[in-house]
Structure formats: C-alpha cells, structure tokens
Design a protein. Sequence first.
Length: 179
Amino acid sequence: MRKLVAAAALSAVSAIAMATPASAAVVFNLDNVKLVDGGTLTGSFTTSDDLSVLEDFSITSAGGNGWPYGVFTGTTYTMADAINPVFWTSAQGISAKFAGGSQLNIFFSSALTAAGAMLDQTTSETQKLAGSRWLTEGSVSAVAGAGGVPEPATWAMMIAGFGLVGAAMRRRKAQVRFA
C-alpha cells in the first residue's frame, strides 16, 4: 500500500512539474467609437493575458454621411483576412492592411492595461475608393470574465492532495485507551 501511495504521489509531482500554465485570453470591446463622418467602429480584439500577443480581432465599420471623406461601405475586418504582418503592441495598438487597399488602425492614447485604454485621434479606417476617416471619440474596455479555468498543475495538485489525505486516513488505526 505504501508503494502505491508513493507511486501516486510521484506521478502527481511529475504531472505538476510538466504541466504548462494555461494562457488566459483577455477580450477587449470597442466602446462608443465614432468616426469623423458619423460612422462607427464596433467589435472586439483578443490578446494574451500579459497583453503581449494579439490573438484575434473582428472589427466592423459602419458607413457615415460620407462627404467630404468619401462613401464608406460597411466592412468587417478580421485577423484571418489581414495581410501579414499585422502590427501590434500594447503600448501603441493595431495596424492591419487588407486586400483591395483597405487599412484599419486602432491606436491607444496611452498603453493598454488589463482594464482598457482610450483611443488616440490617429485611429482610422482607410478604404481604397473612399479615402480615410479618423476617430472623434472612443475607447476599449476589457470584457468581464466569469472566472478563470484552473490550470492543469492546479488540478494535479488537488487530486494528489485528496489521494494523500485519503491514504493517510485509511492507514490510521483506531487507538484504544484505557483509563
């Protein structure tokens, strides 16, 4: 029995040592993003938990009144459709080019934090036939999560702990005391 408990403990420790931390993603929504011609940008982007990697984005532009900035068509920009490389830093923002000459720039006034950031006036959308239009107001904010998922190491440690407690309780013998 002792060998079985020792083997279980050793395998649990090995699992903990080999487990890699789960990477939690942070999702940011565009909030109240208005463009100079009355158009808007809506959607979201996802970064790694340390904000160093842009994992995905889907941002939709809606047309405005056009003049004098051109007639913009509603367009959805996704990371999958972007021409590589997509520029990203949490200090500056996103800049992506697309087929047909379109470009989307989402730039921050100050570095992005886990809570979000205000958008810089240089945030813009360019469409080849329409021209460019830039931001008049807007921000990005993190989407509140429902709680994290435990990492594999946490699960392994918890299961090993239950096993060791159960084994210790099973081995404990009742002691008879005489008065």
